[in-house]
Design a protein around this ligand. Sequence first.
Ligand SMILES: Nc1ncnc2c1ncn2[C@@H]1O[C@H](COP(=O)(O)O)[C@@H](O)[C@H]1O
Ligand SMILES: Nc1nc2c(c(=O)[nH]1)N=C(COP(=O)(O)OP(=O)(O)O)CN2
Length: 168
Amino acid sequence: MNTAYLSIGSNIGDRLQFLKDAVEKVAAHSDIQVERVSDIYETDPVGYTDQAAFLNIAVKLTTSLAPHDLLAVCQSVEQELGRKRLIRWGPRTVDLDILVYNDENIESDDLTLPHPRMAERAFVLIPLASISADPAHQELAAAFDPEKEGIRLWTAFDGDGAFVHTES
Ligand SMILES: Nc1ncnc2c1ncn2[C@@H]1O[C@H](COP(=O)(O)O)[C@@H](O)[C@H]1O
Ligand SMILES: Nc1nc2c(c(=O)[nH]1)N=C(COP(=O)(O)OP(=O)(O)O)CN2
């Protein structure tokens, strides 16, 4: 069995529902088991800054799918949830990126692993480090101060799979 981590983000419409739907759709795949979902973080936009704040999570999964087949699942979930590619790093209903897949290094036209920009993205690393015991992930995340990076814990994920917004 293979272990992979995903980063999922949303900053359009009902962000919470998009995250919830994305996790549910990934988990519904017969060859994927969702093992852990991080807390949800609200994060200031990075890259293209003239857009709304994101909600970001990291997901740990085990799968018998090969990396490209997992990518196809992620892209199909994005399509089902209305993802449109208009502006690079711009607003999106939902974005699913594969961060790592076992210890594999892949560089192909449509898939790079580990994700080429994960090491510079606090919005990826802080959720990731909260569910990964990998010392490399912990070390990368420790380089960032969440407050300075505009990253705020938004709500906890409850074990039944329900997402409950705890802020007023
Ligand atoms: N590790 C990856 N996870 C997801 N998408 C990837 C990865 N490596 C390359 N890609 C390609 O990136 C675009 C999608 O970019 P987004 O704007 O993050 O959706 C797509 O062409 C993937 O094939
Ligand atoms: N706070 C925050 N900022 C963001 C986020 C995000 O999820 N949270 N996703 C982005 C999208 O980057 P994209 O996945 O399109 O680019 P990539 O191809 O560099 O991964 C760009 N900026």
